[in-house]
Design a protein around this ligand. Structure first.
Ligand SMILES: Nc1ncnc2c1ncn2[C@@H]1O[C@H](COP(=O)(O)OP(=O)(O)OP(=O)(O)O)[C@@H](O)[C@H]1O
Ligand SMILES: [Mg+2]
Length: 343
């Protein structure tokens, strides 16, 4: 890496950032480095400390210890300067339901000192970028969820911030709206803005340039999506069969008994994923288990791990209480909820 040139200019730097609430450590000495122009994904289960971290980075919450700078500004020393130069969509973003789309934008614009001709130009641009044309006169409280999120983004980019901090900005959005929303984010990143975003959606995580996975207030893993998959040091044995419920139960039982050379058995949509350091060695064992359990015929295929595999594994190894409970036969319909395990 010696010919990689100097380190890129940072948008976010944190060192030893910590926050305690009544003796409970919600964020535990985390270090962050996010270069300018990056799309940085901040992931982790509920209560991991994502929102708390973001609020500290923006000077909205004082750290118990540690330091942070955003866009080269020390957050503790000059929180207002940081806040003027960033855009923030909070997890529970405060739009004014009784105001129209246009009035909300004007309100946020003025709060950031954007007025007159600049406000009109910025408003038109924010509306165009977020696909809100034709809805300028609608009351925010009556917009469908996806459009409310777009309005939140439009308000956050009105003053042309250099960095955007988005806390689960697409929660509850339909897949098409989410894709549109992410297209806006890429366009902003292309234009040199930094995007720091929390999400529970693995497809969104896949699209970030770098990711940090927070677990119990600590960064458990960090890197590009590809590097994170490699860091797992395992492959996935993907099993497609008639009875994924039976397969899951039997494979977990074999894993618990030490008979299956694997580290994890999880539902993944309607399929079962067996995470194994050597999937070729696990394959014939799994085949036998499925046969004995009456879950055959099955198709077994070795595939590279997905981010969801990485994060489920991370969560289970960091918090043993999240490990799968002793097998109970689940109805086949439950397979569809497997994707939620990574949240
Ligand atoms: N003001 C507060 N007072 C006491 N505890 C708090 C406060 N804010 C957050 N916490 C606790 O700190 C921990 C981290 O919360 P935080 O909201 O940062 O998690 P998160 O990763 O954003 O979770 P989610 O995915 O649910 O949004 C939680 O246990 C939460 O209950
Ligand atoms: Mg949160």
């Amino acid at each position: 890496m010696s010919d990689a040139g100097p380190l890129p200019e940072p948008a976010v730097v944190a060192s030893g950032l910590t926050r305690c609430f009544d003796g409970f450590t919600a964020v535990d000495a985390i270090d962050l480095f996010v270069p300018r122009g990056d799309v940085f994904g901040f992931l982790g289960p509920n209560g991991a400390g994502k929102t708390t971290t973001m609020r500290m980075l923006l000077g909205l919450l004082a750290p118990t210890s540690g330091r942070a700078s955003v866009l080269g500004i020390d957050v503790a020393r000059e929180p207002r300067r940081v806040q003027q130069r960033i855009g923030y969509v909070a997890q529970r973003f405060g739009l004014y339901g009784d105001l129209t789309v246009r009035e909300n934008l004007d309100f946020y614009g003025r709060a950031y000192g954007v007025t007159g001709a600049r406000l009109r130009a910025r408003r038109a641009e924010a509306i165009a970028v977020t696909g809100l044309e034709g809805r300028e006169g609608e009351r925010a409280g009556r917009l469908a969820g996806g459009f409310r999120q777009r309005l939140a983004l439009a308000c956050a980019i009105l003053h042309e911030p250099e960095a955007l901090f988005l806390d689960e900005p697409t929660a509850g959005m339909d897949p098409l709206s989410r894709r549109d929303f992410w297209d806006h984010l890429y366009a902003l990143a292309e234009a040199g803005r930094t995007v720091f975003v929390t999400t529970h959606y693995m497809d969104e995580a896949e699209n970030c340039r770098r990711l940090a996975f927070l677990q119990d207030g600590r960064i458990a893993r960090e890197g590009t999506p590809d590097a994170l998959k490699e860091s797992l040091g395992a492959q996935v044995l993907q099993i497609d069969c008639r009875r994924p419920d039976l397969a899951l139960t039997a494979l977990r039982r074999a894993l618990a008994a030490g008979a299956l050379p694997a580290t994890e058995v999880a539902l993944y949509g309607a399929q079962v994923h067996v995470l194994a350091p050597d999937a070729r060695a696990a394959l014939p064992v799994a085949e036998r288990v499925l046969q004995d359990a009456g879950a055959a015929p099955a198709t077994l295929e070795i595939i590279p791990p997905s981010l969801e595999d990485v994060f489920i594994h991370s969560m289970r190894t960091a918090s043993p209480e999240r490990a799968p409970r002793p097998p109970a036969v689940a109805p086949p319909g439950e397979a569809a909820t497997a994707g939620e395990e990574a949240t």
